[in-house]
Design a protein around this ligand. Sequence first.
Ligand SMILES: [Zn+2]
Length: 208
Amino acid sequence: MSEFQALLSGYNRFRTHGYREERRRWEELATGQEPPVMIIGCCDSRVDPATIFDTKPGQVFILRNVANLVPPFELGGGLHGVSAALEFAVTKLGVKHILVMGHGMCGGVSACLSGHGEPDRIFIDKWIGLLDGARDKVVAEAPEDPQRALEWEGVKVSLANLRTFPFVAEREAAGALQLHGGWFSIAEGTLYELDEQVGEFAPVPDAG
Ligand SMILES: [Zn+2]
């Protein structure tokens, strides 16, 4: 079976089980969406937020890109896909929480650490350049695990950049929107949460 055939087989399972069993929910979803949470994650195939958080369609508005980055607010320049999704989630859907979720073994972060200039990285280098300041800081501090340090630092950069968007900052100040930082360890299957007061990540305790 080809990889694409395997994908279609998955679709057939969805039609037979997931869709049929939750048909009513799908009918409700056809009238609109009101997700309370936005997640900004990495494209990496191993860190699907719907899997990690066991969510159903309609619950979470998800934006994924290389290294789960948010650029700073700016009006000029190129096309602003992240900013457009953010604007829609915050001003139209009215999400109450935004989680920026980094992860272990992130290829984008690794590329930033290894430096720029590979000829086949036409777009990636510029994009992960958003982490250059954080990378310089991490390299200067020479931590035991620079990859993880930059993955964690990258989440903080994205949170700081989120707050440069006036519609985010205003709602956060008014208590209508909460920002969260997280990091998922693929090796452990564990989510770490950022405590912004102390600037450190710690595992979210298992229930029971
Ligand atoms: Zn990644």
